[in-house]
Design a protein around this ligand. Sequence first.
Ligand SMILES: NC(=O)c1ccc[n+]([C@@H]2O[C@H](COP(=O)([O-])OP(=O)(O)OC[C@H]3O[C@@H](n4cnc5c(N)ncnc54)[C@H](OP(=O)(O)O)[C@@H]3O)[C@@H](O)[C@H]2O)c1
Length: 181
Amino acid sequence: MKNIVIVGATSAIAIACAREWATKGARFFLVARNQERMEQVAADLNARGAASATVHRLDIDRLDDHAAMLADCAAQMDSIDIVLVASGTLPDQAVCQNDPAVAVREFHTNALSLIALLTPIANRLEAQRHGTLAVISSVAGDRGRPSNYLYGSTKAALQAFLEGLRARLFKVGVHVKLFSS
Ligand SMILES: NC(=O)c1ccc[n+]([C@@H]2O[C@H](COP(=O)([O-])OP(=O)(O)OC[C@H]3O[C@@H](n4cnc5c(N)ncnc54)[C@H](OP(=O)(O)O)[C@@H]3O)[C@@H](O)[C@H]2O)c1
């Protein structure tokens, strides 16, 4: 039975993955902001065969709340097999290029908050010496394009961070995987 943490658990992509894992009896710790939607996802996963599905409400932009979520996760799961990170927003490029505050806020949600959250998660996986960290990125991070370069820059930052993390954690048997579409 696998212990699986999903950040951005109400993401359409994450739900599709979780449904596959639920049929194999996985245990879930689900994280996002929308409590009601998460509870619907948890009920759906339980109906499909999950061993259990716990939800934890977190706005990842609130860095001070990360520790409580991680403590709750540790209390629920003594070991983690998979962490899937699917949280993110699709910023409006036209708004971002005219409002620096929005551009910075979107960069915070899609890059800085995740770097803050992935740092202790990576250390936990490193300490247990096994597990997979899977993060959904985007081809938008491969190069800057006029139509979405704010979004692309968040993914590029995250990709560079994760490439380094992958090389570090590989040595202790932890796998870091980046998915783009
Ligand atoms: N869909 C695509 O075609 C596509 C293509 C390439 C890459 N991607 C990437 O794949 C990932 C998932 O995409 P998707 O289309 O499945 O996304 P989605 O359906 O819009 O879901 C986004 C998820 O992020 C969570 N989230 C957003 N802001 C958050 C915050 N401040 N704190 C905590 N959770 C937050 C949302 O939950 P709450 O709203 O409940 O917080 C939700 O669970 C994203 O990183 C996206 O950039 C998607």
